[in-house]
Design a protein around this ligand. Sequence first.
Ligand code: NAD
Ligand code: APR
Length: 229
Amino acid sequence: MKRKRLVVLTGAGISAESGLRTFRGNDGMWEHENIEDVCTPDALRRDPKRVKDFYNFLRKGLPEHAPNAAHIALAKLEERLGDEFLLVTQNVDDLHERGGSKRVLHMHGDLMKLRCTKNEHEFEFTGEETLDTKCPICGSPVRPDIVFFGETPLYMDEIQEALMNCDEFAYIGTSSVVYPAAGFKSFAKSYGAKVTCLNLEAPYGDPYTDVVIQGKATEVVPKWCEEFK
Ligand code: NAD
Ligand code: APR
């Protein structure tokens, strides 16, 4: 694989200034919904309508939120670095794409897609998913294309390969409490990468993080992207 100079991981914090709730901050998503009710395989089996309504609600609300300066700066950095740059996100929103990013690995899934439960067909979906929505390819029942707690994240082989071959790994707007994303910094470090954190709450003293840039994503990310060499 061609050496990746920079791998970036983003979390909910990069979309906070676009008005999207984070998960664990104050007034976070998980203060309003129980993970067990909307983000586990058991929840989907137990009450599929509740789960589908939850993701319909999030999907319908997305167009009201615009990508912010941090999303846009990362898209420009991707353009400048080309295939030596890889963006991985834990977010299921489409703000990176709407901010201009061409290639985004959504390791926790994508709100704008559904997946068929029989043949894993994935397809773009911007409407209201109901219990009768069927896969346009094979007619099977479908589900939100979201990775639930307890399920295996997406693109892990490609992400691990990139982390083993990068000069720098940066993590932006994530509390680093959910694995395996939370383990990427130690993994990259073990392969010799320089690790940078850009976050509102900064993990000073974290043994794997070389550089901590504390602040709001729209303030610190554009400056960091411009100066990245
Ligand atoms: P995990 O054990 O990696 O996550 C545990 C963390 O999730 C905890 O440290 C806590 O911060 C948080 N958490 C768990 N239950 C919670 C609750 N009830 N309220 C608030 N926070 C809670 O998760 P897992 O079960 O091992 O899942 C493994 C994989 O599931 C993750 O690695 C990820 O790929 C996927 N996932 C997807 C989403 C999503 O929204 N799509 C969310 C979380 C995890
Ligand atoms: N600028 C930069 N960072 C911010 C901002 C901001 N304006 N606002 C909040 N943050 C930081 C917070 O300090 C926190 O560290 O963003 C982080 C958000 O953390 P979480 O809410 O835990 O979101 P995230 O790390 O993405 O969660 C990981 O857990 O529940 C799952 O599906 C969920 O994929 C998500 C995963």
